[in-house]
Design a protein around this ligand. Structure first.
Ligand code: CA2
Length: 153
């Protein structure tokens, strides 16, 4: 294969993980979350990752246990993680422990500026174990996260 993103040539796999309700992107509340669909976000992430020479794998789940399994599987198989854990950001010690355990650099992304929203969204269990946090940049935040990994890995 000659593509820069064939597995042999790849700089490694970036795992893009979206949590609960993010499958609804582009179908409801466009004033809050914009008009891009999850497929659009995954396409943007894949194109950005490939431009940096990465292979990109995208996963979305509404189930905390599935997200835990996906993070565990990143150990030894992914070089970086981009994670929008949705509401689990504000509740899940388990996701934080998983991220800390796998020791794969992770970037936390939120489409909205969570600090302009309800108080319960101001705290993230995940931020302390992430290399970087991007909030309020809309779906462009996923591109910024991958650009960051492209520059730092
Ligand atoms: O701003 C973000 O990206 C959030 O992670 C989104 C979560 C929210 O619980 C976090 O506090 C901040 C909610 C995701 C819901 O996604 C929807 C998308 C379109 C329509 C309805 C929900």
């Amino acid at each position: 294969m000659t593509e820069a993103t064939s597995n042999e040539d790849s700089r490694g796999t970036i795992l893009v993980i979206n949590g609960p309700n993010l499958n609804l992107l582009g179908t409801r509340e466009p004033e809050k979350y914009g008009t891009s669909t999850l497929a659009d976000v995954e396409q943007l992430a894949t194109a950005t990752g490939e431009a940096h020479g990465f292979t990109v794998e995208c996963v979305q789940s509404n189930h905390e246990g599935v997200l835990l399994d996906v993070i565990h599987a990143a150990r030894g198989t992914a070089v970086g993680i981009v994670l929008n854990a949705g509401a689990f950001t504000h509740t899940s010690v388990a996701l934080r422990d998983a991220l800390a355990a796998v020791q794969v650099p992770a970037v936390e992304v939120h489409i909205t500026n969570v600090h302009q929203r309800e108080e319960f969204r101001h705290h993230s269990f995940l931020s302390p174990v992430c290399a970087a946090v991007i909030v309020g940049a809309g779906v462009f935040g996923y591109k910024l996260a991958i650009d960051y990994l492209g520059e730092t890995l």
